[in-house]
Design a binder for this molecule. Structure first.
Ligand SMILES: *Cc1c(COP(=O)(O)O)cnc(C)c1O
Ligand code: SF4
Length: 327
């Protein structure tokens, strides 16, 4: 495999990181963005994602997800720094074994976009213990635990890793026959679709395991782009089962219309709605919260409107539980 810089890597390096640039590109007033909030959790948005936002619209549902706001600085009771309690499930560097039969690998702390509501906003990335070196500890754990059927590559975002790095993992995974499924948790097909290039497709084609990719789109407008459409089609052609997880976010997708449009758009592109997460109560994200009562009501309305298979499961992550908790 070539070690030259891929197109997607150049695009990622050129992503918008400067608040002043963001507001200029979108024709927004300078004070639309909170510089202080951006210092707490850095702004990061690729141009291809930015291109799907409506210029001059402070309420654009894509912009809301990435725009640093003063509201993030507010201290709100009940919102803390590790709402998911992941650290207790660490069995080795970057290896989380919380649920039966599935092991989740924190492959990297890096993402291609910084979502303001993310519970990782407070993880000091260098200290989040991603899988180290050539995957030895993760592979050793998988080898020893013969009840593990599925390995989940997560992060951060696993598709920010180079093809070389992923190939090194997959080549060794081939020798662990009880792991029959590889799952990716990634936002890149949506926020940086150029990642699904020929090299990556070739990598997928060589994988003997079943392949599942859980993408992360919160709004139909995120899917309304030719490059996203092409990336999802390429993944399906490579034998990947596509699912979507979304987070229920106030001001982004908290209406029946928005959820129905999202499900329809996903299915039109071969992606099944999987989870709709209630917000993790992370400090700085309180302004995104939709109450549980509102969420249940919204799902009831959605069930009346859509075929059952297009209604995502409403869940909440509860520290210490053996599965995502249905709401
Ligand atoms: C969410 C999660 C999984 C996967 O859960 P599913 O319900 O199978 O999608 C596995 N491990 C960890 C640590 C998780 O947080
Ligand atoms: S981990 Fe996922 S939700 Fe969090 S910032 Fe990265 S891409 Fe966004």
């Amino acid at each position: 495999m070539s070690s030259t810089v891929a197109v997607w890597q150049r695009e990622l390096a050129g992503a918008v990181r400067d608040p002043a640039t963001l507001v200029r590109l979108l024709n927004l007033p300078q004070d639309a963005v909170s510089v202080q909030a951006a210092q707490q959790f850095r702004l990061l948005v690729p141009h291809s994602y930015l291109a799907r936002m409506k210029s001059g619209d402070w309420h654009d549902p894509l912009l809301r997800q990435v725009l640093p706001l003063d509201e993030e600085l507010r201290v709100v009771e009940g919102f803390n720094h590790d709402p998911v309690g992941d650290q207790n499930a660490l069995v080795a560097d970057g290896v989380l074994h919380k649920y039966q039969g599935r092991v989740l690998l924190v492959t990297t702390g890096a993402c291609a976009v910084h979502c303001r509501y993310c519970f990782r906003r407070h993880f000091p990335y260098s200290e989040s213990n991603p899988v180290k070196g050539e995957w030895e500890s993760a592979l050793a754990y998988l080898r020893e635990h013969t009840d593990v059927r599925e390995v989940i590559l997560s992060g951060g975002d696993p598709l920010t890793l180079s093809d070389e790095r992923l190939a090194s993992f997959f080549s060794q995974l081939q020798h662990i026959p009880h792991v029959i499924r590889v799952r990716f948790h990634t936002r890149l097909p949506v926020v940086l679709p150029s990642r699904i290039d020929a090299g990556f497709q070739q990598l997928l084609a060589q994988l003997p395991q079943q392949k599942v990719m859980v993408i992360h789109a919160n709004h139909a407008q995120e899917l309304a782009a030719t490059d996203v459409h092409d990336a999802l089609a390429a993944l399906r052609a490579s034998g990947v089962t596509l699912l979507n997880q979304a987070v229920l976010l106030r001001g982004v997708n908290d209406t029946v219309d928005a959820q129905a449009d999202l499900s329809e758009s996903l299915f039109a592109q071969g992606v099944m709605p999987y989870y709709l997460h209630l917000l993790d109560r992370v400090a700085g994200a309180a302004h995104f919260e939709v109450t549980q009562a509102q969420a249940v009501q919204l799902l009831d309305a959605l069930r009346q409107r859509l075929p059952g298979f297009l209604v995502p499961k409403l869940v909440r992550e509860v520290a210490g539980e053996k599965a995502k908790m249905p709401v």
